[in-house]
Design a protein around this ligand. Structure first.
Ligand SMILES: Nc1nc(=O)c2c([nH]1)NC[C@@H]1CN(c3ccc(C(=O)N[C@@H](CCC(=O)O)C(=O)O)cc3)CN21
Ligand SMILES: CC(C)C(=O)C(=O)O
Ligand SMILES: [Mg+2]
Length: 262
């Protein structure tokens, strides 16, 4: 099975097939996730928090995003790979945005970029799309604007949310993430736009869903948002493995003969 293309990803909205998207930040995880058969992998700027340990997504640099996108790009054979443009790599004019998104496409094996915004970023989205760079928009809760929004809050301005999604589509975005949006508004947007809506905390009526892989596997350190469903408890699995290893090193049970050389 060859790698999913942007047009194939978009076309799944018409067939009614749900799109599954998950983040990944490194080679090993991307390889494991890709082997499961999901439509897209997002190299999210959430890596600022879950990989780098920052308290929000603002600190991660473009070079660091590219570093992780290179690792993921090397691993993935089937899924579409999308890379978050970090703050403020697309806020300094269309030319700079093309230069930065262009670096992502030139230096990694990833196929598309994502940026936070809708109507406010329409001009930038259009410039990137005109340059041949597929863009996923991201409306509702926009973590890069955490200081402006006063925290990670559910976004309820129906008219604004609809306007943002419609503007993103009109500007040429191939899909749009809806983050922390009431289900009814997400459903209305999904019916109104022809491009796939990918929800996170946006109910069941989006065309697809995205989550942070650490949250899905139960290895998030600290606060986990309400929209997360942990499908595994890897924190316990890791803890069990590491403490058993420690105990066996201390007791001399590890290494055994089969782990040693004559
Ligand atoms: N591990 C992780 N998972 C994520 O989904 C995620 C990140 N990190 N980092 C980047 C952003 C930040 N995200 C967040 C973080 C917190 C909430 C949150 O606390 N939401 C409240 C809503 C409160 C309200 O307005 O009612 C909640 O209770 O879930 C939401 C999204 C989503 N992204
Ligand atoms: C949660 C998704 C949508 C994201 O933007 C990220 O992981 O950075
Ligand atoms: Mg992000």
């Amino acid at each position: 099975m060859p790698q999913l293309t942007v047009p194939q990803f978009v076309a799944k909205k018409k067939t009614g097939e749900k799109l599954t998207v998950l983040t990944a930040y490194d080679y090993t995880m991307a390889r494991l996730v890709d082997a499961c058969g999901i439509e897209a992998i997002l190299v999210g700027d959430s890596l600022s928090m879950v990989v780098q340990g920052h308290t929000n997504t603002l600190p991660v640099s473009l070079d660091e995003m590219i570093y992780h996108a290179e690792m993921v790009g090397r691993a993935v054979e089937h899924a579409l790979v999308i890379v978050d443009m970090p703050f403020p790599s697309y806020h300094l004019g269309a030319a700079k945005a093309i230069e930065n998104a262009g670096r992502i496409l030139k230096e990694t094996r990833c196929q598309a970029v994502k940026l936070e915004g809708g109507a406010d970023q329409a001009e930038t989205i259009r410039a990137l799309v005109t340059a041949g760079i597929p863009v996923m928009a991201h409306v509702g809760l926009r973590p890069q604007s955490v200081h402006q929004m006063g925290g990670y809050r559910v976004q309820r301005d129906r008219q604004q949310l609809l306007a943002d999604a419609i503007a993103a589509e009109a500007a040429g975005a191939f899909a749009v993430v809806l983050e922390c949006v009431p289900s009814e508004i997400a459903r209305a947007i999904s019916e109104r736009v022809a491009i796939p809506t990918i929800g996170i905390g946006a109910g069941t009526d989006c065309d697809g869903q995205v989550l942070v892989v650490n949250d899905v596997l139960g290895i998030t350190c600290g606060y986990v948002p309400r929209f997360v469903k942990p499908y595994a408890d890897l924190k316990s699995v890791i803890s069990q493995a590491v403490t058993t290893y420690r105990d066996e090193v201390r007791s001399g049970a590890f290494p055994a003969e089969e782990h040693a050389y004559d």
